[in-house]
Design a protein around this ligand. Sequence first.
Ligand SMILES: NC(=O)c1ccc[n+]([C@@H]2O[C@H](COP(=O)([O-])OP(=O)(O)OC[C@H]3O[C@@H](n4cnc5c(N)ncnc54)[C@H](OP(=O)(O)O)[C@@H]3O)[C@@H](O)[C@H]2O)c1
Length: 377
Amino acid sequence: MKKIAILGSTGSIGTQTLDIIEQNPDLFTAAVLTCGTNVTLLGQQIAKHKPPLAVVSNEDDAVEMGKKYPQTEFLYGKEGLVVAAAKTDCDMVLNSLIGMMGLIPTYYAIKAGKDIALANKETLVAGGEVIMDAVKEMNVRLLPVDSEHSAVFQALQGNDDQEINRIILTASGGPFRGFTREQLSKVTLSQALNHPNWKMGNKITIDSATMMNKGLEVIEARWLFDVPPEKIEVVIHPQSIIHSMVEYTDHSILAQLGVPDMRIPISYALTYPERIKNEINGVDFYKMGSLTFEKPDLDTFKCLSFAYEASKAGGSYPVVLNAANEVLVQQFLEGRIRFLDIQNTIEKVLQMHEPVNQLDLDTILEIDQNIRGELEV
Ligand SMILES: NC(=O)c1ccc[n+]([C@@H]2O[C@H](COP(=O)([O-])OP(=O)(O)OC[C@H]3O[C@@H](n4cnc5c(N)ncnc54)[C@H](OP(=O)(O)O)[C@@H]3O)[C@@H](O)[C@H]2O)c1
C-alpha cells in the first residue's frame, strides 16, 4: 500500500489522481489532501478518503474544517504545505499545485527523502538546478506527470541517455493553431479557455493557448533529462496521440502513444516501474485515420521562443519568464489585459532584466517576488 500526499488535490491533476486511488484501493491511500480555497470539494474528498492530514490556504478555513472533520488534522498556508510535503508519513508526494508555489514544498519533500511525482512544471522552470541537485544529493525519484515528459521518460527506459540525439516534444497547438497575429489580437478569454484536446486548470489552458506551456515544458525537459535546449524540438501534432519522442544517435525514434487522458501518465508516475490496468479506451487507429505534424510558428507564438531563449541564457531568465507569465496570465483571466499583452509584456520584462547567474533558493524567491511586484499594479 503506497501512501500518497497530494498537493493540490482539488485541481485537474489532483482529482484525476484521486480517481486512480479510488479505483485501486488495495494499492494506494491518500496521506494528505490540500486545496487553496475550494473547501467544499476538499471536504467531499476528506469524507471519502479520510486522510490524516489536510492543508487549506487560510487559517479560518482550517479551523472550520477541523470542526467538521475531527479525524483529520488541518494546517494552512505555505508553511502547512511544506509540513505536509516533508514531514508526513508518506511514500510519495504528488505535486499538482499550480505555479511557483509548488517549488518550496517540492524542495523540502526531496530534502526529506520523499519520492516526487511532479505535475507542477513551474518547480523545474524556476528552480531546475537547485531541485535536480537536491534530487541527486538525496537520491530520490523525481517522476514526471506531464504527459510529454512521461512519454520521454518511457521512451528512455532501457536505453542509454548518453545516446540521445534529440527529444521531440509534441504540442497540440492549442485553440489558436494556425492563427495570425492579427487574429490573436482579437481573441477572447472564453476562446482561449476552450482547449481542443485536454480539460485542464485555467492557468495551463491559457499557457497552452499562448504556447508558453510548451516553452515551460522545454525548460522542464532540459532539467529532467539533462539535455540542452538545442536538443529539444517542438513539433505540432494536433491529434495529441503521440505524447512525445526520443531520437537516438542511430536515428531510431521511440514514441509513446495513447489517448489524451492524464490518468495514464499519472498512473505511471504512481506505479513506476510497474503498470496497472485502467478503464481508459485504447487508441483506435482506424477511427483516427491520420496523425499529422507541423512546424510551430515562433514568430506569432513568441512565448515559445522566449522560453527557448531563457533556457539557453540560463541563470535567472527562466525565473523571470515564469514569474511574468504567471502574473500576466492571471491578469488575462481577470479580464484586465488582452491576449497578446501576455507575450508583449513578457518580451519587455525579459529585455529589461539584469541577469543573475548564481541561483540559490532565496535568490530565486527574491527575483520572483521582484518581477511580481513590478507587474502587479
Ligand atoms: N491539468 C492538466 O492536465 C495538466 C497536465 C500537465 C501538467 N499540469 C501541471 O500540473 C499543475 C497543476 O495543474 P492543474 O491543471 O491541475 O491546476 P488546477 O486545476 O488549477 O489546480 C491547482 C491546485 O492548486 C491549488 N491551489 C491554487 N492556489 C492555491 C494556493 N494559493 N494555495 C494552495 N493551493 C492552491 C488548487 O486549489 P483550489 O481548487 O482550492 O483552487 C488546486 O488544488 C500545473 O503546474 C500544470 O502545469 C497539468
